[in-house]
Design a protein around this ligand. Sequence first.
Ligand code: SF4
Length: 96
Amino acid sequence: MPSQDIERWRELGRQDLVEGLVDGHFGEMAFASRPDGSCVHLGSEGRENACSIYAQRGTTCHQFAVDSPQCHEFRRDAGLEPPLADRFVELRRREN
Ligand code: SF4
């Protein structure tokens, strides 16, 4: 998370969000993950796929593009999509 997010959460009195950060990619801090790899803020009452801190979510979350290469990479890592090689073979099969 960029330092601006950390400053914003402090200003909002969301020190809990700051204290819940862990080491992430590229030397930045990130939200912690559960053992299954999901974000600790995923899920709210009655809505298991909703972000529980949506209004205060981080810039990284806000900018993450659905259907982007990163999105598909995470989905493959989570077993939600077949490995890229299998997907490539499937797409080639459809082309022919
Ligand atoms: S939008 Fe961000 S904070 Fe919310 S559940 Fe997803 S990764 Fe976590």
